[in-house]
Design a protein around this ligand. Sequence first.
Ligand SMILES: [Fe+2]
Ligand SMILES: [Fe+2]
Length: 247
Amino acid sequence: MTLIAHISDLHVCKADFDEDIFMQAVGEINAMQPDMIILTGDLTDNGYYVEFEQAARYLSLFDAPLFAVPGNHDSRNLGYQSFEELIGERSWKLTLGEKVTVMGLDSSSPDEDRGHVGTPQHMWLEHQLDECVINENFSIVALHHHVVSIPQTGRERNVLSDAGDILKTLTTHEVDLVLSGHKHVPNIWKINDTVVANAGSLCSTKLRGKNKNSYNVYNISDTEIEIFLNTVGGERFLFGKYTRNKL
Ligand SMILES: [Fe+2]
Ligand SMILES: [Fe+2]
């Protein structure tokens, strides 16, 4: 059994970051003792160095190992450099146990809101996913920008500019889980055999309508993936349940 918490869009800054909500989420997630935490971008609101310093301090409060990819807000104002200095690599691969492979992609570009994976990262991803297929590993790909449009978000502007090619790679390799953020709206799509899960904003006041701050939790057993949507300080419910691709 593998337990993963998926958080996103903290937007650490003076105006839109709710510290009380963040601290509540830290308590809830630490109590769950997940194997890892995946953070799909927008750690900061403006990419300022001082915001990254604050974000790094806040993230150190989580007990579980945490891996983050940058969002469009993080790549503003040379934030992509600050991210590497204070948070970690902008794209990465790790294995959890022997059978779970997690890859993080940087879909941001300096001072641009649109998402783009780009050819070098795409080729790297193809290679890693080929290995996952050969080894029959459970595969998770995390990136900030959504690869498919999200409901309740109005006119589409920021879906990955190379979404079609990336989606083709993800689905032909039967990636089990694709995790993203950016739109601050939790959502799940299933495309062919790939579950595409979006997390809401963990603790930013930038919410749509009456949406609440939330995070996703993935409970991965030998046969199933259960996805729980957790409202910070509130209810928790089963958001989706899927049979695993490689049994
Ligand atoms: Fe965001
Ligand atoms: Fe974003």
